[in-house]
Design a binder for this molecule. Sequence first.
Ligand SMILES: NC(=O)c1ccc[n+]([C@@H]2O[C@H](COP(=O)([O-])OP(=O)(O)OC[C@H]3O[C@@H](n4cnc5c(N)ncnc54)[C@H](O)[C@@H]3O)[C@@H](O)[C@H]2O)c1
Length: 342
Amino acid sequence: MAVAPLRVCLIGCGWISANHGAAWLATPGVRLVAVCDVDETKAKARAAAWGVDGVYSDAAEMIEREKPDIVDIATRPETHTALVGLAAAAGANVLCQKPLAPTMEEATAMVETCDRRGVRFMVLEMWRYLPWAQEFDRHIRAGAIGRVHYFRTIQGREAHRAVHPVFGNQPYFRGMPRLMVYEAMIHPLDTARFLLGEVEAVFARGHRVNPANVGEDMALVVFDHAGGATSLHDASWVTPGGPPDGAGLGDAVAEGSDGVLHYSRERNIVRLSTVDGTTVLASYPDYPMVNQAGFTNCIGHFAQAVRTGGPMGSDARDNLKTLRATLAAYESMETGQVVGLD
Ligand SMILES: NC(=O)c1ccc[n+]([C@@H]2O[C@H](COP(=O)([O-])OP(=O)(O)OC[C@H]3O[C@@H](n4cnc5c(N)ncnc54)[C@H](O)[C@@H]3O)[C@@H](O)[C@H]2O)c1
């Protein structure tokens, strides 16, 4: 007997919703039935592009009328508590953008609300679903590089811009008191937890280089992981003159006792090097494809878990640990100390 598709409603039709919509349309067994934005013109534009019938400017009204199985929240963190509460109260399973919330208290309360209502709750933390991260995970678990002692990410550089600090399509970045680590580096920090295990201690340094920004626009974070491995994460949006070629920007490297895994963003390959030589494990057409695959894999995984009741990789309760480690980076920047985590 045919199973009815899961009904999906999307809240927030801003910049990142383009990736959400493409992922839902590519996911089998679901139907995007309605979209909502307080700015109705944005909702109309997305609905037209995706062939979606329902268009709303009020999330409560959309949920009441559409009776979704899933609510996907693609708004900024300050709005998450209210929207997660609305969805959970209607018995809908919730997928929500990162960062979950500005504080641990708010994020924990959302997880408890969803538990009380008996709905599934996952964070759209898409980096761990990127094809290269999945490739790293498979090979690390299979023992291809032996015991892992180090993981490093260097995020892509953005040139220092005075008029439009950071990205033109995310102009709100300039007013964020917590910027680089909270908004962007949270992705590789979560991926480090995914690949190397829980974080036991955090050391961080940040700089605000562009005076048009309020928050840090360059940061370094070091994690001690349970089991003894170390990870290092480096990002900057203030590289004068733009990024130099061949500097390993956007790359990730995992080093173990028996080999090294390397994702090269410039060449879009994952390779494994051991004493026996180097093998290309995977090759991707371009970076936009890799990025979109992160969203599509993440959303497909969520839909499957909702349907089967199976485990969720970036379950919101698990994601609290990523948020805790991310916020600890700010404690470390402020105090100059290494911050130990329970
Ligand atoms: N790779 C990634 O996963 C990735 C990339 C970029 C942004 N993000 C995250 O996605 C979130 C959104 O980022 P963005 O750049 O798309 O922001 P944005 O401001 O462009 O879009 C947010 C949209 O939500 C709408 N909105 C706000 N409150 C609403 C409400 N109560 N009901 C309906 N609509 C509402 C706004 O009108 C806006 O159109 C942020 O948390 C950001 O960190 C994730």
